[in-house]
Design a binder for this molecule. Structure first.
Ligand SMILES: [Zn+2]
Length: 319
């Protein structure tokens, strides 16, 4: 197109931003980065990023959910948002989230440097608490107006720290989170560059893919009740072994998905507690937490299978 201006990505500048983000939360002597959502490291990296964007002349703000934004172009008009998250899972990788944030800022700076006329304002955003420390995706839910007062007041992390406490430690509160919802039609599009977190593209040697959906997750907690008994004296045909029930459920997952699921379906048994967890005792109780791909028919088929196996192997199942 005549008069078109080409924005050139400055790879060195982008890497400098990326490296600076990863100066926060690096775990000495261990692999990985620790920037749990709303931790001191997480808030420190947000402040650094806000200052960096301000230094570049973007109009910077932090909302009541700790989302950091930097805007180029007109106020008021619907924007194109670019960004990702800055928090990490415990011992997370360097690229997860931080790459998308660094790339977003570099794209905005490249357009600014090339004086590309902006049809829509550009907003670079580093969303907060994406990794689910408190069981949600606080920042993006707040932007989308999908947080509820009830969840904000009851959510807690695995150590029992309440979300309200974590917010208060940074002078934030639930009312501010609720007020962070963007008005309808104020965001025209959201673009996020993210590292592949599975092996599919890498195995196929495809450098980049475009996600056309995100996975929905359903968590089920299931308790299988067997009968705890002596492992040496209880004959095999007189056992109600909760672990055996769980093992059967686990080995049945691929068949269940091929019969009732789709290529996108996943079922994972991710957390298990065995009781009494003693070498010479038949497990009387096994608790497992599973996450199911969000397909109703499959979920119910999964539940039915859990119940069927449990009634054969164990005394009862609840969940
Ligand atoms: Zn991520």
């Amino acid at each position: 197109m005549a008069g078109e201006r080409r924005a050139e990505i400055d790879g060195r500048r982008m890497k400098a931003i990326f490296d600076a983000l990863n100066d926060f939360g690096r775990v000495p002597d261990k692999a990985g980065w620790n920037r749990p959502g709303l931790s001191a490291e997480d808030m420190a990296v947000r402040r650094w990023f806000a200052a960096r964007m301000q230094g570049e002349g973007l109009r910077v703000s932090m909302d009541g959910a700790a989302n950091v934004s930097g805007r180029l172009g007109r106020e008021g008009a619907p924007c194109v948002m670019l960004g990702s998250h800055l928090d990490t899972v415990p011992s997370g990788g360097a690229f997860d989230g931080a790459l998308g944030v660094a790339v977003a800022l570099e794209c905005a700076l490249a357009m600014r440097d090339a004086k590309v006329p902006l049809v829509h304002p550009i907003e670079v955003v580093a969303t907060s608490e994406e990794e689910g420390r408190f069981g949600g995706m606080l920042g993006s839910q707040a932007l989308a107006g999908l947080t509820t007062q009830e969840w904000l007041e009851t959510a807690a992390d695995a150590d029992g720290v309440r979300l309200t406490e974590a917010l208060a430690s940074h002078n934030l509160d639930p009312a501010g989170v609720m007020a962070s919802a963007r008005p309808a039609n104020s965001v025209r599009a959201f673009l996020e560059l993210h590292v592949e977190q599975g092996p599919v593209l890498e195995r196929a040697s495809i450098p980049v893919g475009i996600a056309d959906r995100v996975s929905g997750v359903v968590h089920l907690g299931v308790t299988l009740r067997g009968v705890a008994n002596h492992s040496g004296t209880t004959p095999m045909d007189m056992r109600a072994d909760a672990f055996a029930g769980l093992a059967e459920i686990a080995t049945g997952i691929p068949g269940l998905i091929s019969a009732q699921g789709t290529e996108q379906s996943r079922i994972t048994i991710g957390k298990v507690e065995l009781s009494p967890n003693f070498p010479h005792t038949i497990p009387g109780r096994r608790y497992s937490q599973s996450s199911f791909g969000m397909r109703k028919a499959l979920r119910w088929a999964g539940c039915a299978r859990v119940c069927a196996i449990s009634s054969r192997r164990c005394r009862s199942v609840t969940g």
